[in-house]
Design a protein around this ligand. Structure first.
Ligand code: FAD
Length: 402
């Protein structure tokens, strides 16, 4: 079967790999000149096998008034009278009950475990280099109340055989000595020793090259897809902005946050809301942490990726396509410098990046047949965990096509 994979971010490249491995003839398409330039480019690098926590939660619901009143610099919501946005917002709120949150989180964790297993086989099969490392991860809780509240989730995860440990500050400092100089509040930490990290952008380029070499995948870059041709509701070809249509038997849409540009022929695209985030990458310096850190209060994620050190954070629901805001880089830099003085003090060294998380109301990705055109499949909406969930989602997608 000839399958077009539309979008070469982490989800698209992983899908192309799984489909080609299953014996399909694959064409991997992207509007950009190379893989990994979209939401996957400068993300926080975390392969959070044990952190599948859905975004809509009772804790976020409680925090909503302060977000809407702009009292928390980590969030910005641009309210608008767009029916898709309002519907998305209502569905997001419906997912914020304790019961729905845990059910969504459990589903995400199961997918993350599938991804972890697929990562192990991919590392065994290929020689691709993307600074993959089992760095472990510490979630830093600012006060005794929030730390105590984390216990029930840790216990729930333990029942799923996920290894997470509650550590005191001295115990956390023994795991990551750089925390001795950490200026943020730490009442305790949740430690996940088996979480990994890797450069998602390098992964996309390397795996993109690998599938071309190993599985004769055809790469079509600089090619923007604008829709589909179908006969009797069955897919016939993929249509492009600037070239002839490509006849295929199936198409998998892995367009990340840009899936909305295909909404006219893909109703599922309306379930995805872009949530902008930002990152700053600087050279790693002696004394910076090596274990991945998440500052729960400030919503900051820190990662040492090869010889670089990155902070990522902020969650802005803006008008889709409105681009990034320069002042948000300063907000991120100030928050990061306040807790790790010296690491992000020299803006001339930093690499700035902004991207959009493709969020569904439940935080669970859409891995499904399209409701509108037979032969079209969707693998999108991976939100804040697309890098973590890419390989598991690709495996499920390939099973669906089989
Ligand atoms: C600040 C930040 C930090 C994050 N940190 C983490 C993290 O630590 N761990 C984690 O697991 N996840 C993280 N994420 C989330 C993760 O980066 C995303 O979920 C993931 O990159 C989505 O991948 P994707 O392949 O679906 O989309 P993308 O990477 O955006 O890929 C989609 C591709 O489709 C192409 N495309 C779109 N439309 C078309 C079209 N019409 N025609 C042709 N090509 C098209 C685009 O050019 C793009 O290359 C983070 C996100 C942000 C913003």
């Amino acid at each position: 079967m000839h399958v077009a994979v539309i979008g070469a971010g982490v989800v698209g490249v992983s899908s192309a790999y799984m489909l080609a491995r299953a014996g399909h003839r694959v064409t991997l398409i992207d509007a950009e000149a190379e893989p990994g330039r979209g939401a996957s480019a400068g993300n926080a690098a975390q392969l959070s096998w044990a952190y599948g926590d859905a975004m809509a939660s009772p804790a976020l619901l409680k925090h909503l008034p302060s977000i809407l009143l702009k009292r928390d610099p980590a969030f910005r919501v641009h309210m608008r009278l767009d029916p898709d946005f309002l519907l998305w917002g209502l569905r997001f709120l419906a997912n914020a009950s304790a019961r729905r949150w845990w059910s969504n989180t459990r589903d995400i964790l199961m997918l993350a475990e599938e991804s972890r297993q697929e990562m192990a086989s991919l590392l065994a099969e290929t020689d691709i280099a993307f600074h993959y490392r089992v760095a472990g991860k510490l979630h830093l809780y600012p006060d005794a109340r929030s730390f105590a509240a984390a216990r029930s989730t840790v216990e729930g995860k333990r029942e799923m055989a996920i290894d997470q440990r509650m550590l005191s500050r001295p115990e956390a400092e023994a795991v990551e000595p750089a925390l001795k100089a950490y200026q943020g509040e730490i009442a305790g930490a949740v430690y996940t020793p088996h979480d990994a990290l890797g450069d998602a952008s390098a992964f996309c380029r390397q795996l993109g090259d690998f599938v071309v070499r190993r599985y004769a995948v055809t790469a079509a870059f600089g090619a923007r897809v604008v829709g589909f041709e179908h006969r009797g509701g069955r897919l016939a070809a993929v249509r492009f902005a600037d070239r002839d249509p490509l006849a295929v038997n199936a198409a998998v849409v892995t367009a990340g946050p840009l899936i909305r540009t295909l909404a006219a022929s893909l109703p599922e695209a309306r379930e995805v809301q872009p949530v902008a985030g930002y990152s700053l990458t600087v050279p790693w310096q002696e004394g910076a942490p090596c274990v991945s850190l998440t500052d729960v209060k400030r919503k900051l994620a820190f990662a040492a990726i090869g010889d670089r050190f990155r902070v990522a954070g902020l969650a802005d629901i803006a008008v889709p396509g409105s681009g990034f805001l320069q002042d948000r880089f300063s907000v991120l830099r100030e928050a990061a410098s306040a807790v790790l003085p010296g690491c992000f003090d020299q803006p001339e060294w930093e690499q700035r990046w902004s991207g959009e998380r493709p969020m569904t109301p439940s935080s669970r990705p859409i891995i499904a047949r399209s409701r509108q055109i037979r032969g079209v499949y969707v693998n999108a909406g991976h939100g804040m965990l697309g890098w973590t969930l890419a390989l598991g989602s690709a495996r499920r997608l390939a099973q669906m096509l089989a």
